[in-house]
Design a protein around this ligand. Structure first.
Ligand code: PEP
Ligand code: MG
Length: 327
């Protein structure tokens, strides 16, 4: 199996009936980009930039961030790199921000991610300027985490436009165009995706948080493992609402949560018309292998059956049977 999986690298990532799904890797540092290429990934669907902000007592400078983003972009070029703006808070603790914000009773529902960036605009502006400068060195797309409402997207877009024009006027080279997208990982964003889609170039569904917030189950709590169910019918319904909004508006649809790297979920994602799935690099060959055995028509029939099922365990059984039959 190992050598067969290795041989998949460089082959088209397409179903038997011709539906292409791009397979990208998630990274947490520019050093990880090479690993994505080694496993056959053709882009980075999520660059978690928190590593730059963690384990230190101050914010990283524009120059330091610029160098890290540029390194990732150059390593992947001409492939795209989706860089997510700072997603601090909740499970991602950034000590100097915590000092700034103070104690919160419910940090997972607190001032975090895009919220903290819009509250402390100088920190956000530094990152946006670094991103604008890095855009000269590859195929950059910017992604905003934990978006709930339209105003957040509009404010962030206006701030990036300001950063982009400022660095250009100061004589830095910049890319011709930078796509701006959002993570769909708050149930409110999924339920109102129709409105958000009009403001952005792409969606990427963050199932780790979407499952957590939809089911009210802490993603890190070991007591709740059997409650944390990505195949819960409520989650599937939100995936479908989001996918429909993306398709109706004509924007790109991706996924970068753990579900994207779970082969069991793949037929659902193919049926929903995902353009791109981004996962931990070693998962790429496994998903690629299964993708080649699927047909979109059969995945659509399967999804229609699944939508009639009321429990995660029933859906899992159906998906497992489908996988066994495809082998
Ligand atoms: C997610 O929430 O699914 C996601 C991809 O982001 P993170 O795991 O970094 O919160
Ligand atoms: Mg998340």
């Amino acid at each position: 199996t190992r050598s067969r999986l290795k041989d998949l690298k460089g082959k088209p990532t397409v179903t038997k009936d011709g539906a292409t799904v791009l397979l990208f890797g998630n990274i947490a540092s520019p050093k990880d980009a090479q690993k994505v290429l080694n496993f056959g990934g053709t882009g980075v669907g999520l660059f978690r930039t928190e590593f730059l902000f963690m384990g230190r007592t101050d914010a990283p400078s524009e120059e330091e961030q610029y160098r890290a983003y540029r390194e990732a972009l150059e390593a992947m070029a001409p492939h795209p790199v989706i860089i997510r703006t700072l997603d601090a808070g909740g499970d991602k603790e950034v000590p100097f921000l915590k000092t700034l914000i103070g104690e919160e009773a419910n940090p997972f529902l607190g001032l975090r991610a895009i919220r903290v960036c819009l509250e402390y605009k100088d920190i956000f502006m530094t990152q946006l300027r670094a991103l604008a400068r890095a855009s000269a060195h590859g195929n950059l797309k910017i992604m905003l985490p934990m978006v709930t409402s339209l105003w957040e997207v509009r404010t962030a877009k206006a701030m990036f436009a300001e950063a982009y024009l400022a660095v250009r006027d100061q004589g830095h080279p910049v890319g011709a165009h930078v796509d701006m997208g959002i993570m769909i990982e708050v149930p409110a964003a999924a339920a109102s995706a129709r409105h958000l889609a009009k403001e952005v170039d792409f969606f990427s569904i963050g199932t780790n948080d979407l499952v957590q917030y939809t089911l009210a189950v802490d993603r890190q709590n070991p007591n709740l493992l059997s409650w944390y169910e990505p195949f819960h019918p409520a989650v599937i319904a939100l995936l479908e609402t989001t996918a429909q909004a993306a398709h109706e508006t004509g924007i790109e649809l991706g996924m970068c949560g753990e579900m994207a790297g779970d082969p069991l979920a793949l037929p659902i994602l193919v049926a929903l018309g995902f353009h791109e799935l981004s996962m931990s690099a070693p998962r790429i060959p496994w998903v690629h292998d299964y993708l080649l055995k699927l047909s979109k028509d059969r995945c659509t029939e399967l999804l229609n059956r699944i939508k009639e099922m009321g429990s995660g365990s029933a859906i899992r059984e159906e998906l497992t049977r489908f996988m066994e039959e495809a082998q």
